[in-house]
Design a binder for this molecule. Structure first.
Ligand code: AMP
Ligand code: FE
Ligand code: FE
Ligand code: ZN
Length: 298
């Protein structure tokens, strides 16, 4: 078959990566370092989407200006579903929206007490760890998560990579697992929408303790205002991508792709999965405009 459009190397399509973490949650790079890494990796548009917080936005914005890349300010909200945690990306919400901020603060508070309880259970089972060691791994004001327990075990020489801790002790079905307060996924969609943001279900078919998210839940989230599915993600194989594509067609949802980069905390590389400019445009058109995509001048 002949191509209908000659490739034009002078007009390359922008590389758009809409999901990445900084040390403001469980990434290993500061927001400024994250943006610098993205620029170095050839990313044109990066979304910063830390777990349950907007605390990295300002630092990332300044760095994006400095490095000449575009920045989508977002969040990744942990949601409680059938005794497990599923993730909702929220792009371009109003960072001053009270109901959203209060919900995020409540989740972060509950995350701290939950980590302490997990450490107590682990220490009782002779895993060499104190809560103080875990706290030392959480940047000031950052959202605490299980990866910080893993980092404490790396720091005290018990393991070498976060992966090992998740395999042995930190998984959703581990006896040491303790949940934290998190909103219901439909409520989270409503909160992001009410804040003028654009909700996209992160890696919907990642395996959890309760199995993958089911189509019925996605349908209910769609009715509440869900805009898209993150189909192209390391946690998805061809079957999961096909399922997401079919579901998106049926429900009228956008399909996004991203790296879910966590610095050295995960093996995911910036730009390993990407989102098309057309989908980014649709996301921007859906947002209220209170928070805009920051683009380099000129
Ligand atoms: P939490 O937010 O406390 O529920 O912890 C979940 C986080 O752990 C996710 O956002 C992932 O970034 C991270 N995570 C899950 N599995 C692994 C793994 N095998 N290796 C490294 N990080 C992981
Ligand atoms: Fe994470
Ligand atoms: Fe996630
Ligand atoms: Zn993520």
């Amino acid at each position: 078959m002949r191509a209908t459009e000659a490739p034009d190397p002078g007009r390359a399509r922008p590389v758009i990566d809409l999901h990445a973490h900084s040390s403001v949650s469980d990434g290993t790079e500061s927001p400024a370092q994250l943006v610098a890494s993205a620029a170095a990796a050839g990313i044109d548009v990066l979304a910063i989407t830390d777990h349950d917080t907007v605390a990295g936005w300002d630092e990332a914005s300044a760095a994006a200006r400095e490095h000449g890349i575009a920045l989508v300010r977002g969040i990744e909200i942990s949601c409680a579903w059938r005794h497990t945690s599923i993730h909702l990306l929220g792009y371009l919400p109003d960072p001053g929206d009270r109901p959203l901020l209060e919900e995020l603060a409540r989740a972060r508070d509950s995350r701290a007490t939950r980590l302490e309880r997990m450490v107590e259970r682990m220490a009782a089972d002779a895993i060499p760890l104190t809560y103080q060691e875990v706290l030392a791994q959480v940047a000031p004001g950052a959202t605490p998560g299980r990866p910080h327990i893993a980092d404490a075990l790396i720091a005290n020489g018990t393991i070498e990579h976060r992966d090992e801790a998740f395999r042995s002790w930190l998984g959703d079905d581990s006896p040491y697992y303790v949940g934290h307060y998190a909103p219901d996924p439909v409520r989270a969609v409503e909160l992001v929408r009410a804040a003028g943001g654009v909700p996209v279900l992160a890696h919907p078919f990642t395996r959890t303790r309760s199995g993958a998210v089911d189509d019925h839940l996605v349908g209910r989230m769609r009715a509440a205002g869900l805009a898209g599915l993150e189909a192209y993600h390391r946690d998805h194989g061809p079957e999961e991508v096909a399922h997401a594509t079919e579901l998106a067609e049926r429900l009228g949802l956008l399909l996004t792709g991203s790296s879910d980069y966590h610095g050295t905390g995960k093996r995911n590389r910036l730009g390993e999965n990407t989102t098309t400019p057309e989908v980014l445009e649709a996301i921007e058109a859906t947002a209220s405009g209170v928070t805009e995509v920051l683009r380099p001048a000129g």
